[in-house]
Design a protein around this ligand. Structure first.
Ligand code: MTE
Length: 367
């Protein structure tokens, strides 16, 4: 099969060539739990760095009792290999719908495609931190910062990408330093040779091209922690905002999306199968997915397809018998803490366009 930039599938939707950003066509998303690597979405803020695996080193420093400088071989050979199947979702997924409510300048208009799921393998962050002398009792109130090798320019400054998570999350067994994706070494666009995978957190914290891990008292001071990936009230604006007032994003919120149909699609009258994905944040699971064909007046429960892995998205399917006419398909999910999705998209609008989990609506015509 022919490939495009960075070995992606010919049908991969490139949203931006430089830096490289894009995602799979929705109809190919959510057909199987694992997203093939050539369809897996890419979100990069700078150019993909070329990293020489032989001279690569990972530095571990900050509030540790032993500084570490590890080669790739030392990471692979000295720590237990673990596999974690996890879904990554960008906080900017579904920004396009928010942009239709009010413009959001200078941000990428993601559809429902800034999400994918892979079989990752690598080593536990907590095993590496243990060798550096960080134990779980240290976790209270500390943070672990991840620094990437890629350079980004913002506000007239050039700096490397970074972000952090609370150390308590970093010591959870599912947080890994991954060197494999879907059975292969990480692809360059996905962070070769090493990246963090932080399941159930926004994708921004799964730092690619990882060069440094720093245990510290405060969350990262990097732009992508202090300004970007913060959630502001709907009346806040970029030119007047107090950046300290935004909520630093970590755990994802509950969401569900229709992938099988696109806006204004024409379908044959009769039985149609509506399909998509749902995702719960934090330590929660998807409890229920409701689907409607009449704009949310009546609902049916979708059939759920759960991966056995707790860090995976839930795929769902519902069949509708449609007479000729116009229909609005809608989906909403509920998680195991009974959190559900807001009905109205204007309730979740924010000037950076993050965390859109409003009911997902798709208008179709049956003929
Ligand atoms: N890590 C680095 N070093 N640079 C980046 O630009 N983008 C982040 C995160 N890690 C980013 C990064 C964001 S916003 C997301 S959503 C995920 O990587 C996307 O991972 P993927 O490109 O493998 O899908």
């Amino acid at each position: 099969m022919a490939k495009t930039l960075f070995d992606k599938h010919v049908d991969f939707g490139v949203r931006q060539a430089n830096p490289f950003n894009g995602g799979p066509p929705p109809r190919l998303l959510g057909q199987s739990h694992i997203t093939p690597t050539d369809l897996f979405f890419v979100r990069s803020h700078g150019d993909v760095p070329e990293v020489d695996a032989d001279s690569y080193r990972l530095e571990v420093n900050g509030r540790v009792s032993r500084h570490l400088s590890l080669s790739l071989d030392e990471i692979k050979n000295n720590f237990e290999r673990v596999a974690v199947n996890a879904t990554l979702q960008c906080a900017g997924n579904r920004r396009e719908e928010l942009m239709a409510v009010q413009p959001i300048p200078h941000e990428l208009p993601w559809g429902v495609d800034a999400i994918s799921h892979a079989a990752w393998a690598g080593v536990r962050l907590r095993d590496v931190l243990a060798v550096a002398g960080v134990e779980s009792e240290a976790a209270l109130n500390l943070h672990v910062e991840f620094g990437g090798l890629d350079e980004v320019e913002r506000l007239n400054n050039r700096f490397r990408y970074g972000g952090s998570i609370p150390l308590a999350k970093g010591l959870s067994p599912e947080v890994i330093l991954a060197y494999e994706m879907n059975g292969e070494p990480l692809a360059p666009a996905h962070g070769f040779p090493l990246r963090t995978i932080v399941p159930r957190f926004i994708g921004a914290r799964s730092v690619k091209w990882l060069e440094r891990i720093t245990v510290q008292d405060e969350p990262s001071h990097n732009y992508f922690q202090r300004k970007a990936y913060r959630l502001f009230a709907s009346n806040a604006r970029a030119d007047t905002v107090n950046w300290d007032n935004g909520m630093m994003l970590g755990e994802m919120n509950v969401t569900s999306v229709i992938c099988s149909h696109t806006e204004d699609e024409r379908v044959g009258a009769g039985m149609i199968a509506v399909q998509g994905y749902a995702l719960a944040g934090g330590g929660r699971e998807i409890a229920r997915v409701d689907v409607s064909s009449d704009g949310g007046q009546t609902w049916m429960h979708a059939e759920l397809f759960n991966d056995t892995n707790p860090w995976a998205w839930t795929l769902w399917k519902a069949n509708f018998e449609l007479e000729p006419g116009r229909y609005q398909l809608v989906v909403r999910a509920m998680d195991t803490s009974a959190n559900t999705q807001p009905q109205d998209i204007s309730q979740v609008w924010n000037f950076k366009g993050y965390m859109n989990n409003a009911w997902h609506r798709v208008n179709v015509e049956a003929r």
